[in-house]
Design a protein around this ligand. Structure first.
Ligand code: NAP
Ligand code: HSE
Length: 442
C-alpha cells in the first residue's frame, strides 16, 4: 500500500511512496519505466510523491532489459494481485487477458493507467463502470494522439463546451506512409517496414493500415467529445491500402494532399457520424501540413471555435510521457484519497449510417477513348443527382483517364453511381474513389 515517505519537501503530510506495477515493457512500457526511474527525483520535487516501479510483467522475463531482473515476472495476474502494488499500468495491448486484468485491478481498488485504445474503444464502457463502482481512476491519455495532451483538455478544459466536430489525423503509421509516398514516391511495403522499425506500428500493422487503430481512437474521441458511448464497431472504417501514388500525384496537381482522417461530428441535431477514411484535403488546410508520424486533432466548439492539438502521435517516448503523466495523476489522487473527474456518458446519440453522409468525391476512371464516353459518364452522375465540379481527361492511345471532382452528394448516391459506372462497357475500371474535404470544413 502507499506508505508515508520522509522528506524535507514542504507539505510533508502528503508525502507518500506509491508503488507502480507494469503489465508490459515493450516499446511504450520500457520508455515509461525508464522515465519513471530516471525522472523519479524530479517527479518527487514537483509532486511530493515518490513513485517506485515495483514489478513488471512481460512474456519473456529472462530477457535482459537493463533493469533489476528481480522486477520481472511472466505472471501478470500476480502483479495485479500484489498487495504492495498501488497503481497498475497496462501497456501490453489487446483485449485478452488485459480486460480481465484491468477489471480485477480496478475492482480491488487500484487505479489503472492504460495506453490501450482497443481496450478503451471496445470495453471502455464496462471498465469505466467498474472504476466508478470501485471509486478509482481509469486513465487513458496515451490511448489517443500518443504524447499530445488531448483526453484531459477534452474532458476537463472543454467540459463546458458544446463540441460539434472533431477531425484529426490520429494514426502515426499511416500518416508516415502517406507523407513519404507523397514526398518521395517510395514503396508502401518498404515504408511500412520503416514505420515498424521506428516503433510506430501496432503488433499487427494491419490495425494501422486498415484503419482499425484510427477507428478505435475516433470512437474514444467521439464518446468523450459528445458525452455519449460510441463503440469501435460503430465507426465506418476504411484504410489506406487502396491509395495509389497516381492519386497522391493527381491530388497534388489539383491542390490537395491525401490523409487518413478521423471525422466525428453531429450529422443532425441528435445523431452523430463517426468515420475513418482516406480523404483529399486542400493543401492550405492546417491538417495538410501534419507530416510523418505527427498527429493533429481539430476540435470545433460553439464557444471556443476551432482549436488544434498537435504533436507526436506514436512511438515509445511520446506515448510514455502521456502514460507517466497519468501515473502521476493517479498517484496524486490516491495519496489525497481523491479521484479524477468523472467521464461524462449521460448523452445518448445514435450513430448515423454512412450512406446518408455527404461529401465531395474524387473519382478516377480508366475508360475507352471513344466519342460520347465523357457525355455518358456525366449522364450517370447526373442521373443520380450528382453535380460535377471539375473534370480532367487525358488520352492514352485507345484509352483515356477521366478524373472528376463532384459537388457534395450523399454516400448512397455515389455508391449507386459507382455501381452503374462499373457496369458500363466503355468504363474499364473505377480506378480510385476518395472523399474530398471541402474548403469550408475546418
Ligand atoms: P509491444 O512493444 O508489443 O509491447 C508489449 C509488451 O507486453 C511486451 O513487453 C510483452 O512482453 C508484453 N506482453 C504481451 N503479452 C503479454 C502477456 N500475456 N503477459 C505478460 N506480458 C505480455 O507494444 P507497444 O507498442 O509498447 O504497445 C503497448 C500498448 O500501447 C498497446 O495497447 C498499443 O496499442 C499502445 N500504444 C502504442 C503506441 C506506440 O507508438 N507503440 C502508441 C500509443 C499506444 P515481451 O517484451 O516479453 O514480449
Ligand atoms: N500504431 C499507432 C499509430 C500507435 O501508428 O498511431 C499510436 O497509437
Amino acid at each position: 500500500m502507499a506508505v508515508p515517505f520522509s522528506s524535507s519537501w514542504p507539505g510533508d503530510e502528503l508525502e507518500q511512496q506509491v508503488r507502480v506495477g507494469f503489465l508490459g515493457c515493450g516499446t511504450v512500457g520500457a520508455e515509461a519505466v525508464r522515465i519513471l526511474v530516471e525522472r523519479a527525483e524530479a517527479i518527487h520535487r514537483y509532486t511530493g510523491i515518490d513513485l517506485a516501479v515495483a514489478a513488471i510483467a512481460v512474456r519473456d522475463p529472462a530477457r535482459d532489459r537493463g533493469l533489476d531482473p528481480a522486477l520481472f515476472t511472466a505472471d501478470a495476474k500476480a502483479v495485479v494481485e500484489d498487495p504492495d502494488i498501488d497503481v497498475v499500468v497496462e501497456v501490453m495491448g489487446g483485449l485478452e487477458p488485459t480486460e480481465e486484468l484491468v477489471a480485477a485491478a480496478l475492482e480491488s481498488g487500484k487505479p489503472v493507467v492504460t495506453a490501450n485504445k482497443e481496450l478503451i474503444a471496445k470495453r471502455g464502457g464496462s471498465l469505466l463502470d467498474v472504476a466508478e463502482r470501485a471509486n478509482v481512476d481509469l486513465l487513458f491519455e496515451a490511448a489517443v494522439g500518443g504524447g499530445i495532451p488531448l483526453i484531459r483538455p477534452i474532458t476537463e478544459s472543454l467540459a463546458g463546451e458544446d463540441i460539434r466536430r472533431v477531425i484529426g489525423i490520429v494514426n502515426g503509421t499511416t500518416n508516415y506512409i502517406l507523407t513519404r509516398m507523397t514526398e518521395e514516391g517510395g514503396s508502401f511495403d518498404e515504408i511500412l517496414a520503416d514505420a515498424q522499425h521506428l516503433g510506430y506500428a501496432e503488433a499487427d500493422p494491419s490495425a494501422d493500415v486498415d484503419g482499425h487503430d484510427a477507428a478505435q481512437k475516433a470512437a474514444i474521441l467521439a464518446s468523450l467529445a459528445f458525452g455519449t458511448h460510441v463503440h469501435a464497431d460503430d465507426v465506418h472504417t476504411e484504410g489506406i491500402r487502396a491509395v495509389r501514388g497516381r492519386d497522391i500525384g493527381m491530388a497534388s496537381r489539383l491542390g490537395y494532399v491525401v490523409k487518413l482522417l478521423a471525422v466525428c461530428e453531429f450529422a443532425d441535431a441528435d445523431a452523430v457520424s463517426v468515420r475513418v477514411h482516406p480523404a483529399m484535403l486542400p493543401a492550405t488546410h492546417p491538417l495538410a501540413g501534419v507530416r510523418l508520424s505527427m498527429n493533429a486533432v481539430f476540435v470545433e466548439g460553439v464557444s471556443a471555435g476551432e482549436q488544434m492539438f498537435y504533436g507526436a502521435g506514436a512511438g515509445g517516448g511520446p506515448t510514455a510521457i502521456a502514460v507517466v503523466g497519468d501515473v502521476v495523476d493517479a498517484a496524486r489522487n490516491l495519496v489525497q484519497g481523491a479521484r479524477g473527474p468523472h467521464v461524462a456518458r449521460a448523452e445518448v446519440h445514435p450513430v448515423t449510417d454512412m450512406m446518408s453522409i455527404s461529401n465531395e468525391f474524387y473519382v478516377r476512371l480508366e475508360v475507352m477513348d471513344e466519342p460520347g464516353v465523357l457525355a455518358t459518364i456525366a449522364g450517370v452522375f447526373g442521373g443520380h443527382g450528382i453535380s460535377i465540379k471539375t473534370v480532367i481527361q487525358e488520352g492514352r492511345e485507345a484509352d483515356a483517364e477521366i478524373v472528376l471532382i463532384t459537388h457534395p452528394c450523399e454516400e448512397a448516391a455515389m455508391q449507386a453511381t459507382l455501381r452503374e459506372l462499373r457496369g458500363l462497357e466503355p468504363v474499364e475500371e473505377v480506378a480510385a474513389v476518395l472523399r474530398v474535404l471541402g474548403e469550408d470544413e475546418g
